[in-house]
Ligand binder design. Structure first.
Ligand code: HEC
Length: 157
């Protein structure tokens, strides 16, 4: 009985145990090391962010467009002169006559329309008419729509 115990705690077995312990520590470090590597491997996710950053010029076009809308909604357009209002929201259609829009500078077309009165023109610009969306798709206030309409008329007589 005691022989077996002696056997268990013999210097040789302690050496073996010690070796196993060292091996366990070594393996543990390898595992930890690999865990560290896993964190390294996780880096491509960061790289995806980098790619997104690099793609930002494309993204920021949308941002610019939405911030323009937000700026309009926030009343930042209050600073805009009538010709700037026209250029930012009306020119697209009224300079080309797109979708049958009366062209700026077309005195005959605008004189005919002005027959129903300035207020009527302003209110159809506010509410939309035919192919023209309400406010030409802008966030302009009623006063700004009126200013843009007056600008178009002034440029068309
Ligand atoms: C998407 C194109 C488009 C945009 C943008 C647009 N319009 Fe128009 N607009 C039209 C079309 C098309 C008509 C003619 C509609 C009809 O008579 O059927 C029109 C007509 C008008 C009329 C005449 C309304 C009437 O009662 O006869 C006014 C005034 C006018 N637009 C002002 C503006 C102003 C001011 C802006 C900018 C804030 C603007 N539009 C932006 C397409 C546009």
């Amino acid at each position: 009985m005691s022989e077996a115990q002696d056997e268990t705690f013999s210097p040789r077995n302690i050496t073996v145990l010690g070796g196993l312990l060292l091996l366990a520590i070594f393996l543990g470090e390898v595992v930890i090391g690999q865990h560290g590597d896993d964190e390294m491997v996780a880096e491509p996710v960061d790289t995806m962010e980098d790619i997104t950053m690099r793609l930002q010029p494309v993204v920021s076009l949308d941002k610019m467009r939405s911030s323009m809308t937000v700026a309009s909604a926030a009343g930042d357009t209050a600073d805009k002169s009538p010709d700037q209002l026209y250029q930012s929201a009306c020119l697209a259609c009224h300079s080309t006559g797109a979708a049958g829009a009366p062209k700026i500078g077309d005195a005959a077309a605008w004189t005919t329309r002005l027959g129903k009165g300035l207020d009527a023109l302003v209110s159809s610009a506010i509410n939309g008419i035919g192919a023209m969306p309400p406010r030409g798709g802008s966030q302009f206030s009623d006063d700004q729509i009126r200013a843009a309409v007056e600008y178009i008329l002034a440029e068309s007589n």
